[in-house]
Design a protein around this ligand. Sequence first.
Ligand code: CA
Length: 254
Amino acid sequence: MQVSWAAATHPGSRRLTNEDAYGANPELGLFLVADGMGGHAAGEVASRVAVESVTAFVEQTAGDRHHTWPIPYEITLSPAANRLKAAFVLANRRVASEIHQNESYAGMATTAVAVLVDGNTVVAAHAGDSRVYQLQGDRLRQLTRDHSWVAEQVQAGLLTADAAREHPWRNVVTRALTGGPELDPEITTPSVEVGDRLLLCSDGLSGVVSHDEIRALLAPPASLDEVCRRLVDRANEGGGPDNITVLAIQIDVA
Ligand code: CA
């Protein structure tokens, strides 16, 4: 499978620093977005560590797709899903070791969402409320389920989606790379077709720009660069309360 991609990141309109990070490595087929949390610039460290650590593991295992050591290989998952899952678990351990080595990093954490294009399959992994969307034809689907307090309340029928957007706890994530005990990233295996577009983003986009607006802005004929620029602009027009990161991928050849 061959893909093209573009990305943009912006601090937003109200924050001075940008604690989001992204990585794109088309040779590895790896694309990721991380949204760091924690004061005193530590959020920036957490998101960068996640991107570097996941990338390093996927790179190391490029020649041996069944390699997940020291994380157990799960026979029910594809090789790509196993690699990505192991990469996330090891990245969480890296966050733990950074915190252990530097006390000013205490309390830092990061979400992470990644897409790995492996041969003719695409696999996504995530922890937290950073998302992957898939645009197929004129249909936009959110592939990831937010690991957030409000999303869990919506799922349980205790909160409406509109109320969740405004809720004071809308930024509380229930799963993230905190350096805590074993991380359990969620794996999604979308079926993709030539022409599909995938969008990875932090909640600085999805918290402000609606599903319908994302569908309209992600659609061709706009180039991926234009898509990224317009999505960031739209989030800033919506107040830009948080750091905004978008990474758009298009499936060019199956
Ligand atoms: Ca954020």
